[in-house]
Design a protein around this ligand. Structure first.
Ligand SMILES: Nc1ncnc2c1ncn2[C@@H]1O[C@H](COP(=O)(O)OP(=O)(O)OP(=O)(O)O)[C@@H](O)[C@H]1O
Ligand SMILES: [Mg+2]
Length: 460
């Protein structure tokens, strides 16, 4: 659905009055209407038209509402999506509606219909449908080989880079803050490379004690050191024919760096305590949340290794720089956690999106994912702001909420706060210009100018 063309809604109900009322209500909001008095006729319309939402009466002559619901969900629509169906149940038949929701109906409305309820349900369904379509399109665009969400410009650029670099043998250095998706990115590179059928091995360089890293990476012969009771293959060998992800490479000791450098230079390695030279064919992808160039400057990271690893740099931007991606991620994670916990799909209140889009996400996607997991577990059928953790429920309390200003320049920050401050003083003084100007310590003319510039209006 493009944002310009109006959404098309199909109403299936055998009662003429209901069809007429819904047509009036929905057309007045600018939607296109199709209607049918039976499920058979409705399904016929669905074959000929692109429909964005269906309102379905459950008590129908012919094949009946439940069967219609099942068929509607199998009906083919663009982008491999299903049309959201809102079922309409008669008074006292709510249990049918509950059953329908289990079968995948998006929402249900009880007769007599209430204009506001109808509009809210339709709006939510359309929103969900739109996002699902976008997710579907995006998946197709990135060849469907990896599960990374991101229709934002920065992520689209990153995906384009992955597509270019993955099939090559180029070494990749992934940087980005914690939780931005570096591991997912490394896997995406592997999955889109010629080595995709080989192993993907990840090693967390920060988690291995310096004295053990050599044997972890390169293996050891029996008796090479105290504790080496048997021969062990190193991770470079394990990853032969595939990808080795050196995660948290910025935390590797200088001694270990020297050994990794040698292996990368020659492609040869020795097991600790071994004579034999082992040849391996491994693509190395390194990742770090540190600024490696700065580490090099500080003498903490070997420059020669840095250049070896950093053939193709890829940067995972922090979530606050791609806040546009939050709604899609929310939908995706809600679905994922509902499935994981065996819940039927839950819906998400609009206010939740606003809250989540207004936060700066220092822990990035991982933090968002945790928040959603918790919300899915704590919520009823609909996730509301009350299901969010307290730090997201700051609401509009006065005072500086740093998260709201995360993406602002100094200029826009000043304007935003000035605007808020002036509005507050105006309210305090009942919009009396002289007194407000006095309280603010500015001239009345100046206050008038500001009111005009910010388009401030008294709330009725
Ligand atoms: N674009 C994305 N779409 C969907 N899920 C994502 C995306 N980016 C990250 N995630 C999810 O967020 C979580 C954190 O991602 P990941 O482990 O790749 O981050 P990281 O950058 O390696 O973090 P760290 O530096 O702390 O190791 C994972 O569960 C991952 O699946
Ligand atoms: Mg990681």
């Amino acid at each position: 659905m493009s944002s310009q063309s109006p959404a098309t809604i199909l109403v299936i109900d055998d009662e003429k009055n209901i069809r007429r009322t819904l047509r009036m209500v929905l057309e007045s909001e600018g939607y296109e209407l199709l209607d049918a008095s039976s499920a058979e006729a409705g399904l016929g319309l669905l074959e000929e038209h692109v429909v964005h939402c269906v309102l379905l009466d459950l008590r129908l002559p012919g094949i009946g509402g439940m069967e219609a619901l099942k068929r509607l969900q199998r009906a083919e629509q663009p982008g491999e999506t299903t049309v959201p169906v809102i079922v309409i149940s008669g008074h006292g038949t709510v249990s049918d509606a509950v059953q329908a929701t289990r079968l995948g109906a998006f929402d249900f409305l009880e007769k007599p219909l209430d204009r506001e309820h109808v509009l809210i349900a339709v709006r939510n369904a359309l929103r969900q449908h739109r996002i699902e379509c976008e997710v579907g399109q995006l998946r197709q665009q990135v060849a469907g080989r990896f599960e990374m969400i991101g229709k934002s410009v920065v992520m689209q650029k990153l995906f384009a880079q992955i597509v270019k670099v993955a099939p090559t043998k180029g070494r990749v250095l992934i940087t980005g803050e914690s939780g931005t998706g570096k591991e997912l990115l490394a896997r995406a590179i592997h999955d889109n490379s010629q080595l995709r059928d080989g192993p993907f091995v990840k090693v967390n360089c920060a988690a291995i004690p310096p004295e053990l890293i050599e044997s972890e990476l390169f293996g050891h012969e029996k008796g090479a050191f105290t504790g080496a009771t048997s021969r062990k293959r190193g991770l470079f060998e394990v990853a032969h024919g595939g990808t080795l992800m050196l995660d948290e490479i910025g935390d590797m000791s200088l001694a270990a760096q020297a050994k990794v450098l040698r292996a990368l230079q020659t492609g040869d390695l020795n097991r600790v305590g071994g004579e034999k030279i082992i040849k391996v064919d491994v693509r190395v992808v390194a990742a770090t949340n540190k600024d490696l160039a700065a580490e090099v400057a500080a003498g903490q990271f070997r420059e020669d290794l840095y250049f070896r690893l950093n053939v193709v740099p890829l940067y995972c931007p922090p979530l606050r720089e791609r806040i546009d991606d939050v709604p899609e991620m929310v939908i995706h994670f809600v679905a994922e956690f509902c499935k994981e916990n065996g819940f039927r799909p839950k819906t998400v209140d609009d206010a939740v999106y606003h809250r989540l889009e207004g936060y700066s996400w220092p822990g990035n996607v991982r933090e968002l994912k945790n928040v959603i997991e918790r919300a899915v577990i704590m919520s009823d059928a609909t996730i509301t702001v009350d299901d969010l953790p307290p730090f997201l429920n700051v609401g509009n309390k006065p005072g500086l909420d740093i998260n709201r200003y995360a993406n602002l320049t100094l200029k826009s920050f000043k304007e935003a706060t000035e605007r808020e401050f002036i509005t507050m003083r105006l309210d305090e003084h009942n919009w009396n210009i002289s007194r407000t100007a006095g309280a603010l310590g500015i001239e009345r003319t100046n206050l008038h100018k500001k009111i005009k510039a910010y388009g401030l209006q008294r709330e009725s």
